[in-house]
Every structure is written in C-alpha cells, then in structure tokens.
Design a protein around this ligand. Structure first.
Ligand code: 13P
Length: 242
C-alpha cells in the first residue's frame, strides 16, 4: 500500500570508517539504481572526519548527514563540530540526541538546543528518543518517550523523529512490529502528519520489510547493517512505495 510520506532510510556509521569508505555511496547507487530509488530518501551519516570527502549527493543521490552537533555556531568548544560546519561539509541532516550521546550526558534541553542549531544552519535534525529496558519492563515506555519529545523537540517547521529503544540498539534484539506500531502511533499523536518517524534498533534485511510496512513507520535509522552497502540496499528495497 502506498504511504503518503516519503520513506527515509538512514545509515548511522557511528565511529566506523576510514577514507576508503567515502566511495560507499557510489557502491550503493550502483547496486540500487536511481529509478528504483525515486520513492525514497537514502542518507548516510559518516564520522565527521569523512563528511567533507564523501562523494557529492548530487552525483550519487545518497544524502549526507552528521551524527551530532554543538549548539553554538563556533567558539572554544574543543572536539566539537557545529551544525554550520556540517552543512559546509555537505550535510543536509544531523542526528541529535542519539541514546549513545544521551548516555554520555546530553540532556533533553541540550538535545533541544542542538535541534534548533541544526535548523538555524539549514539542516533537518533527526531527533532520537527511546526508553531503556528497565523503563519498558516497568510499563513506562510511552510515558518516557512522550516526555523526551516534549522536552527535546523545539517548535520547528521540519524535523524527523527516530524512535530507538535503547535495549534494541546493537543488541540484535528488535522490538516486535506490535510494540513498534504502538509506540509510533503514540508518537504520531504528538507530531504533525508530515513529520517522518523512523524506527531504529537492530534493523536488518530480515526484519526491515515488516517494520517499514507499519502505518506510522516512515523509515529506519540503521547502525550495524548500514555499514555494508548490500544490506543497506536490501533494507531500502523493502521500503513501501511512497
Ligand atoms: P543498530 O542498527 O546497530 O542496532 O544501531 C541502531 C542505531 O543506534 C542507529 O542510530
């Protein structure tokens, strides 16, 4: 069944990759031809060291994004990159509030400021939310995610939400389609109908089709399986036509 929102298939390379990886978008484009990709957006978020060297999205049709940004434009913030710097290096998106960054200290307020910074720079923020295993077991998953959305999503014209249950990230444990559908329906009630809501957490070719077919799942944020272009192609191919 056609969906009204264009699916976004996003690979978060995390702290993986060297200069030889800058050619991977071309591999993706070669394996998955432009006409087949017309109904979706494909995004790779490489480490910031590679961003400026990656192949031009205009040539490959594969969009580029950052994995995090600082809230300020510039200044004495050793080790950080600003949203403006990511834009300058070729990004059109940036992930903010990933659970690995939240675990390292990013509060909802910090995520909110980073999302605003992304918009200021002309990037679309992908704002991540998700509960821990203990919160899910205590029956608090929806409450936790709703609170994260309230506090970490600023009023912006355009943003993407990524629901990534912390216990499903890099563990091989995927949330069931029922759990994902329930959470995405709850998130849909909090955001506008044109906001894309991605699922992330052990997405792979074997489970992508069932997850991407769900009504309020508008794409995926992929870690491990996004490092290999053939598995990223398989996942992209299983996205429903928009
Ligand atoms: P995995 O797909 O490796 O579980 O990672 C998900 C993730 O954190 C994407 O941002």
């Amino acid at each position: 069944m056609a969906k009204s929102l264009r699916p976004l298939i996003a690979a978060n390379w995390k702290m993986n990759g060297d200069m030889s990886w800058v050619f991977k978008p071309a591999d993706f484009a070669a394996l998955y031809h432009a006409e087949d990709r017309e109904h979706l957006d494909v995004l790779i978020c490489p480490p910031a060291t590679l961003l400026g060297s990656m192949l031009d999205p205009q040539q490959t049709g594969v969009l580029l994004g950052g994995q995090d940004c600082h809230a300020e434009v510039s200044g004495a913030h050793t080790g950080n990159v600003s949203a403006e710097m990511l834009k300058d290096a070729g990004a059109s998106f940036v992930i903010v509030g990933h659970s690995e960054c939240r675990a390292a200290g990013d509060t909802d307020a910090a995520v909110n400021a980073k999302a605003k910074a992304a918009a200021r720079a002309g990037l679309t923020p992908i704002i991540c939310v998700g509960e821990t295993e203990a919160e899910r077991e205590a029956g608090k998953a929806q409450k936790v995610v709703a609170a994260q959305i309230k506090a970490s999503v600023p009023k912006l014209k355009s943003f993407v939400i990524a629901y990534e249950p912390v216990w499903a990230i890099g563990t091989g444990k995927t949330a069931t389609p029922e759990d994902v559908a329930e959470m995405h329906d709850a998130i849909r009630a909090l955001v506008t109908p044109k906001t894309r809501i991605l699922y992330g957490g052990s997405v792979k070719p074997a489970n992508a089709e069932a997850l991407l077919a769900l009504k309020n799942v508008n794409g995926a944020l992929i870690g491990g399986a996004g490092l290999e272009m053939d598995s990223l192609v398989e996942i992209a191919k299983s996205a429903p036509k928009s």
